[in-house]
Ligand binder design. Sequence first.
Ligand code: MG
Length: 371
Amino acid sequence: MTDRIDAITLRLIESRIRNARSHGSGAISRAVRRVIVTIATADGLTGWGEAAPWAPFGNIAETTLAALDSALRPVLLGTDPAAITARMVDCAHAVAFHPEAKSAVEMALWDIAGQRADAPVHALLGGAVRDTIPLSFSIADPDFDADLARARAMFAQGHRILKVKTGFSGHAEDMRRLTALRDALPGLDLRVDYNQGLDPFDALVRLRDIERLRPTFIEQPLPRGQERAMAGLAAALDTPIMADESVYDAAEMLRAARDGIADCVSIKLGKCGGIGPARALDAVAAAAGWPTYGGTLWEGGIALAAAAHVLSTLPNMTLGCEFYMPSYGLEHDVVGDVLRAGGGFVRVPDGSGLGIMIDEAALEAQTVAIV
Ligand code: MG
């Protein structure tokens, strides 16, 4: 007997963050808006999805909500939730782009499939190759002293990966912050993310300085659209370049590898369009010899659980993840902390489906609108 999608509830929520954050493009001062998707089936199953768009990547929560409401819900209602590939083909035909919205739908369908099979999503994807994923924490507080104290405390608890957001406060200040962390925390796996914050004109001069601090990689130094200049930097520097804003999905990964614009790539479900597209992106990256990394927009525990399930199945995903929002970023998420971050790792959830537990009171308190 095939099941049927009976109802789709879309919630626009607003969640407070613990501290302000600055980036080479985009700043967050107080709260993030997300969309929580609930898909209910005739058999009584409920799947959860989450979209956490970030404006520098092209959508905000309200545009994602509109795409889900007007374009995706009509093609999903009344259909079989188990036919996930067919559902996502329908979604692709319903509206172009909007990877955050499609990803939220797809993870809800996988959640339903896992619950039906009474198996974690990673088991349905062929099984995990790792139970934990190394966790990177992003240093992005405009008050660097607060971040340095945070970094020391996390290091003492076993965290070894920090990613410093650069390109928003001048080159001298970037060097000062990176040097302070290098000096304070010996053995640190230090990474740098410009979030498109440099200009092609003088990027190489600055990055030659940065390179002296031996970062593991330098992420997205130039704006999306400046891929020729990115290729020049990748060729000139010894330090690997990571593509983030320049590579959303498998097709862009193929071009990026052909043009040599970087050496590794950040996978985000909300950027590529979901679990299936993430696997495709990783496959192309692996063929190109590029290791992958689990990035985020502003996702909480629902979307990051989905990401942990798929990334745990990818042998090529060797650079860790930044899935720290539920534990160290949001004041209060709408799910319990299923990733149980601590000691420098997140744990891959093992319950059926996405393996999440909704905090109904928190969800209610943070809801701005229900569509
Ligand atoms: Mg990035």
